[in-house]
Design a protein around this ligand. Structure first.
Ligand code: GRF
Length: 203
C-alpha cells in the first residue's frame, strides 16, 4: 500500500510507521512526506530516509485554497492509496477532502468526539476529565468529525500536565497509528462511502 504522510511537527508518528515498515510488520511503503513546515522534524526524517518530500509554506500562497491545491497536487502526483495525516496542523479545505474521499485518515490526540481541534491535552485537564486518549478517524470536511476507526485510552493522574499527557500518550499514538494503517493495508479495515467496514462488519 502506497502511503502519503502529512505532518507539521516532530514526525514521531512518521518515524513509527517507517520503523514498522522496516521491521516487516507493516505491508506499506511511504511514497511521500508532505508538510506546511519546511523546518519540521517530519521533513528532516523524510530526508534522512531518502524519501520524496514536499514542504510548502502557506504564506507563499494567496489563500488557504491555493496552498491546499499546490500541496495536494504534489500528494496526488505520488498516487497514494492512503493519505495519513499524522500531526498535520492545518485545516484541509472541503474540495481537497472530497477529492481524496475514503483515502484519508487522521490521528487526533483526544477521545473523539471529545475535544476536536487544538490544545487537547490542556482542555482535558481544564475539564477535569480522568481519561484521555487518541483516535484514528476518516477525514471529512467537518474538523476532526469523521468516523472513528480506533482509539487508545490513557488514565489522567492528579499530577498530569499538558506536557506529561503528551509524553505519555505519544507511544500509544504510535502503536494506534501503526495498527490502524496495518488494518487498512491488509484490507481488514476499509472505508467506503465515509463509513468503516472492519472484518466485514460496519462500525
Ligand atoms: C500527535 O500528538 C498527533 O496526535 C497530533 O500531533 C502530534 C504529532 O506528533 N495531531 P509527531 O509530529 O508525529 O511527533
Amino acid at each position: 500500500m502506497r502511503l502519503a504522510v502529512l505532518a507539521s511537527g516532530r514526525g514521531s508518528n512518521l518515524q513509527a510507521l517507517l520503523a514498522a515498515i522496516d521491521a516487516g510488520t507493516l505491508p506499506a511503503r511511504v511514497v511521500g512526506v508532505f508538510s506546511d513546515k519546511p523546518t519540521s522534524g517530519a521533513i528532516a526524517i523524510a530526508r534522512e530516509h531518502g524519501l520524496h518530500s514536499v514542504a510548502l509554506k502557506p504564506r507563499d500562497y494567496a489563500d488557504r485554497v491555493a496552498h491546499d491545491e499546490a500541496l495536494f497536487s504534489a500528494v496526488a502526483d505520488v498516487q497514494p492509496d492512503l493519505i495519513v495525516c499524522a500531526g498535520y496542523l492545518r485545516i484541509i479545505t472541503e474540495a481537497t477532502v472530497r477529492r481524496f474521499e475514503d483515502r484519508m485518515i487522521n490521528l487526533h490526540p483526544s477521545l473523539l468526539p471529545r475535544h476536536p481541534g487544538l490544545d487537547t491535552h490542556a482542555r482535558v485537564l481544564a475539564a477535569g476529565e480522568t481519561e484521555h486518549g487518541a483516535s484514528v478517524h476518516a477525514v471529512i470536511p467537518a474538523l476532526d468529525a469523521g468516523p472513528v476507526l480506533a482509539q487508545v485510552r490513557l488514565d489522567v493522574t492528579a499530577d498530569d500536565t499538558p506536557e506529561s499527557l503528551a509524553r505519555r500518550l505519544a507511544p500509544r499514538e504510535h502503536a494506534l497509528l501503526v495498527a490502524s494503517v496495518g488494518a487498512i493495508a491488509s484490507a481488514r479495515a476499509r472505508l467506503q462511502g465515509g463509513a468503516w467496514q472492519v472484518d466485514g462488519r460496519s462500525l
